[in-house]
Design a protein around this ligand. Structure first.
Ligand code: HEM
Ligand code: HEM
Length: 217
């Protein structure tokens, strides 16, 4: 008999899909060019708020959202790669590394964007506080880093497709519904996704957004 357990809490799921939407729209707007760069910036600010939220949630969120519960030790990673241990309920050890890499490159992209300048239509809100050479450097990093993001998102989607088509495991459904089906209920599977916790997540996100608004307004 199998039972459904909550793996991804609502804040983590909302974070994920909102981030994916912001990234896609942000890139579409910047490629449209011209005044659409303003909308690129709005998507970028939202992505930044989401990533900062996720970093905090990685410390105070529910079990599977916490970094301490999914970032693997080298020995655990090696054991997983050798097939000696299974991936567990949340991010598997290899997936965990890709999550950290994705969060890092997107954070770098959003932060450098705040200082970027396209020399025509738009300047990031913090560019005026630094020298021209720093603006030029951070704009170059912003331009180059996009390829790391494309590579990692490509890898991300390839890995999920591999799980779906080869390993016959649907990872997308749990990222939508929050739940995974397991054979027996383990104590670790008892996941908190309560109203109270969701309200804490909302408060954290609103505080981050307010802080960012004050910084860039
Ligand atoms: C720009 C697009 C995307 C970005 C930046 C992105 C980023 C991320 C991040 C940061 C996580 C970790 C979630 C967390 O613990 O907070 C994650 C997990 C996940 N993403 Fe995405 N994602 C994108 C697109 C997609 C798409 C299109 C799909 C579905 C086809 C998808 C499916 C998933 C799934 C299933 C997981 C959980 C993987 C697991 O079980 O370990 N993502 N993604
Ligand atoms: C995670 C969020 C972000 C992503 C994924 C992203 C992505 C990109 C990409 C792909 C480009 C095109 C680079 C090129 O090929 O020339 C670009 C350019 C640009 N972005 Fe962002 N960006 C983000 C956040 C931001 C933010 C927050 C701002 C400022 C508020 C910003 C301002 C700019 C500017 C001014 C350019 C033009 C730079 C140039 O002329 O080369 N971006 N961004």
């Amino acid at each position: 008999m199998s039972t459904l357990v909550r793996v991804w809490d609502l804040p983590t799921r909302l974070f994920h899909w909102a981030l994916a939407i912001c990234m896609v729209l942000g890139i579409v707007f910047v490629k449209i060019g011209g005044n659409a760069i303003q909308w690129h910036a709005y998507c970028g600010y939202t992505a930044l708020a989401l990533i900062l939220f996720r970093v905090i949630w990685g410390f105070v969120g529910s079990w599977h959202a916490r970094f301490a519960n999914f970032i693997p030790s080298p020995s655990k990673l090696i054991a997983f790669l050798r097939g000696q241990v299974d991936g567990g309920l949340g991010h598997n050890p290899l997936g965990a590394l890709s999550v950290i890499a994705l969060l890092t490159v997107i954070l770098i992209q959003a932060l450098t964007g705040l200082f970027a300048d396209d020399d025509i239509f738009f300047q990031g809100p913090l560019a005026k506080y630094v020298s021209n050479s720093t603006v030029a450097l951070l704009t170059s990093i912003h331009r180059f880093n996009q390829y790391l993001i494309f590579a990692l998102v490509g890898l991300h989607i390839a890995a999920i497709s591999y799980y779906y088509f080869v390993k016959r495991e649907n990872l997308v459904r749990p990222m939508v519904t929050g739940d995974k089906s397991i054979a027996t209920k383990s104590p670790l599977a008892v996941e908190i996704d309560s109203f109270r916790q969701r309200m804490i997540a909302l408060a954290v996100f609103l505080l981050i957004s307010l802080g960012l608004y004050i910084l860039i307004a």
